[in-house]
Design a protein around this ligand. Structure first.
Ligand SMILES: Cc1ncc(COP(=O)(O)O)c(C=O)c1O
Length: 340
């Protein structure tokens, strides 16, 4: 383990994902957008249950769950959450029960949204589903999950909660500290120099973990987070907090300066889980140029931001898109994702 990453090795971790994930060039997309050299880190290929970034994060949460001898995992998220779907699959694989709480974060949903995509998979993996009426109440959602856990405990179960609200150890971010090391190794092996990395910024575990890992390993490449849930002001504070918490976990000084936290919220409107024309165009562009499957909630918006950054950097630019998965949600949105 790399000394710069402090106590990373000391955390319990279960291997759930396939890795290292490929790092590929997107020559067609570059040709079609007039960009320079464009690359994609294929974390949609982490393997378990359609893959995605949450596989890396869950390796640490479920490592802790196993170390505590838990027999039931509890997690909360949006109705079409990839995190809860991946947790349900991981719990099944590890022989644990899974309780999922689905929050109403997206307005005006239809039957397809409520039954297809990730919801269908949650049921297929045998999870017990609960619903929470508010989508903007992280603390309340965590509290309700705590009540479900207390009930299970009273019945003799050993529950483990994957927490949502800030104020908990950001164990999931450690998965992206590891990803940072993997990316740095791949870039060095292939002699690739990157001018900018573009990544989703939601709970912030992926963004903060990646940024922290790269800086700790001595890489100063700009990392631009694309806001998918909150505006830049709220997200800036969130990423700064996560970075401080990662430093505490690893027991090293944070190598991240405030100026390192770069964010764009141009593609957030009209809100979390809601489409806009640049996102639909970006989803279609990636599919048609590279055969990549993006999603309407996260990676489609990130690709819209990536294409904006590509245009701004021009022919000389060399940019890396972190593909964090999310494909099942595409089916829950259906034809609404297609550009007009
Ligand atoms: C496909 C996908 N990409 C990106 C993200 C954002 O990652 P994070 O919550 O670590 O910011 C999520 C979060 O659920 C996701 O499901």
């Amino acid at each position: 383990m790399t000394a710069e990453l402090g106590r990373l090795d000391a955390f319990p971790r279960v291997r759930l994902g396939h890795g290292p994930t490929p790092l590929e060039q997107m020559a067609n997309l570059a040709a079609q957008t007039g960009g320079g050299r464009l690359y994609v880190k294929r974390d949609d290929c982490t393997g378990l249950a359609f893959g995605g970034n949450k596989v890396r994060q869950l390796e640490f949460y479920l490592g802790e769950a196993e170390s505590r001898n838990a027999d039931t995992v509890l997690i909360t998220g949006a109705v079409q959450s990839n995190f809860v779907r991946t947790a349900a699959a991981a719990a099944a694989k590890l022989g644990m029960d899974c309780h999922i709480q689905l929050e109403e974060r997206v307005p005006d949903t239809d039957a397809q949204y409520r039954t297809s995509g990730n919801v269908l998979l949650d049921k297929l993996f045998g999870a017990t589903l609960h619903s929470y009426p508010d989508g903007e109440d992280e603390t309340g959602a965590d509290r309700r999950l705590g009540e479900i856990a207390a009930n299970l405990e009273a019945q003799g179960r050993r529950p483990y909660i994957v927490p949502l609200a800030p104020g908990h150890k950001p164990l999931g971010a450690l998965g992206y500290v590891i990803a940072a090391r993997e990316i740095a190794k791949q870039l060095a092996a292939d002699d690739i120099v990157i001018d900018e990395i573009v990544v989703a910024s939601g709970s912030g575990h992926t963004h903060a973990g990646l940024l922290f890992g790269l800086r700790a390993l001595g890489h100063d490449v700009p990392v631009t987070g694309i806001c998918v849930r909150r505006d830049t002001t709220a997200q800036q504070a969130r990423i700064a907090d996560r970075c401080r918490e990662i430093a505490d976990l690893l027991d090293i000084r944070s190598p991240v300066a405030d100026g390192d936290i770069r964010l764009i919220d141009d593609f957030l409107a009209p809100g979390y889980g809601q489409l806009n024309p640049p996102t639909m165009d970006a989803i279609a562009a990636a599919a048609r140029a590279e055969g990549l499957i993006l999603d309407p909630v996260y990676t489609g918006k990130v690709m819209a931001g990536f294409l904006q950054r590509t245009r701004q950097r021009g022919k000389e630019g060399s940019l890396l898109f972190i593909h964090t998965g999310g494909a099942p949600a595409l089916f829950a949105y259906g034809e609404r994702v297609l550009p007009a």
